[in-house]
Ligand binder design. Structure first.
Ligand code: PGA
Length: 247
C-alpha cells in the first residue's frame, strides 16, 4: 500500500497575504501525522518560492506546466522553472485545463513527460463529466484518459493519478462510496496490467468536494490513496482536518 497523500490545489487563489494560511498549515502538521500521510500544497506559481522558505513539513507542488523545456511561449512556465521555485510535483490534466484550454491526453502526457524530465512528480488528473457518468460510460472514459495521458515510464515515485469527477469539483456533490470504489479498483487494475507490480505503488487520489465531513469515509475506500482538495485546502483548519483523518 503506498503512503497516502493529501494535496491541496489552491487553483487561481492566493496572494502574498495567503502565505499566512500556509504557515498555519505548517504549524498544525506534527511529525507524527507525517508518519501516516504526506501533505502537499500546490499554490499559484507566484507564491512557490515564498512558501518554499517556510515549508518544513509540507511538500510543494505546482499547477500545470508547458510541455517544452523553454522557448518562445509567452505567459507559460516550464517544469524546470516550477522546480526552481520549489515544486516537487506538478498537477497536469486537471479538468479545468482540459475544459478551459482544450487540453487533450497527448498534450497532458507531454506535460507529464516534461515534469519527469526535471525530476518532478506528475499528478495526472482524470475524471468524467455528469453526462458521461449518466450514460454509464464513466469507467471506460476515465480508463482511456489514464491510458492516453500516463507515460510509459510511470512508477510509484514519479507519478500520481487523481480521479476527479468533473461534476463533483467545487459543487459539494460526491459520488457514492460504491462508485468511487469501483473507479479506483478499475484504475488500479489497469495500472497493474500495464506496469506490473509497480502499478501497485502509483497513488490514486480522489478529488472533488472533499471536506472534513466526508474525508474519513472517502479516504477509507480501498485503493483511495489520499485526496486532491480544492476549496477546502484554502482554510488551514479544514485542510488539516482532512489530513488528520489518517491519524
Ligand atoms: P474541490 O476541487 O475540492 O473544490 O471540489 C478539487 C480539485 O479540483 O482539485
Amino acid at each position: 500500500m503506498p503512503k497516502p497523500l493529501v494535496a491541496g490545489n489552491w487553483k487561481m487563489n492566493g496572494t502574498k497575504s495567503s502565505v499566512a494560511e500556509f504557515k498555519a498549515i505548517e504549524l498544525g502538521v506534527e511529525p507524527s501525522l507525517l508518519e501516516k500521510v504526506d501533505i502537499m500544497i500546490c499554490p499559484p506559481a507566484t507564491l512557490l518560492s515564498n512558501m518554499n522558505e517556510h515549508a518544513e513539513y509540507i511538500q510543494l507542488g505546482a499547477q500545470d506546466c508547458h510541455h517544452n523545456e523553454s522557448g518562445a511561449h509567452t505567459g507559460d512556465l516550464s517544469a524546470a522553472m516550477l522546480v526552481d521555485g520549489g515544486a516537487g510535483a506538478i498537477i497536469v490534466g486537471h479538468s479545468e485545463r482540459r475544459a478551459d484550454h482544450n487540453e487533450n491526453n497527448d498534450l497532458i502526457m507531454a506535460k507529464a513527460d516534461a515534469s519527469h524530465n526535471v525530476g518532478a512528480i506528475a499528478i495526472i488528473c482524470v475524471g468524467e463529466t455528469r453526462n458521461e457518468r449518466d450514460s454509464g460510460k464513466a469507467i471506460d472514459i476515465v480508463l482511456s484518459q489514464v491510458k492516453n495521458s500516463t507515460p510509459d515510464n510511470a512508477n510509484g515515485k514519479n507519478t500520481i493519478l487523481a480521479y476527479e469527477p468533473v461534476w463533483a469539483i467545487g459543487t459539494g456533490l460526491v459520488p457514492t462510496i460504491e462508485d468511487v470504489q469501483a473507479m479506483h479498483f478499475a484504475i488500479r487494475k489497469y495500472l497493474v496490467n500495464r506496469f506490473g507490480d509497480e502499478g501497485i505503488n502509483i497513488r490514486i487520489l480522489y478529488g472533488g468536494s472533499v471536506k472534513p465531513s466526508n474525508a474519513k469515509e472517502l479516504m477509507a475506500i480501498e485503493n483511495v490513496n489520499g485526496a486532491l482538495v480544492g476549496g477546502a485546502s484554502l482554510k488551514a483548519d479544514d485542510f488539516l482536518a482532512i489530513a488528520k483523518t489518517y491519524i
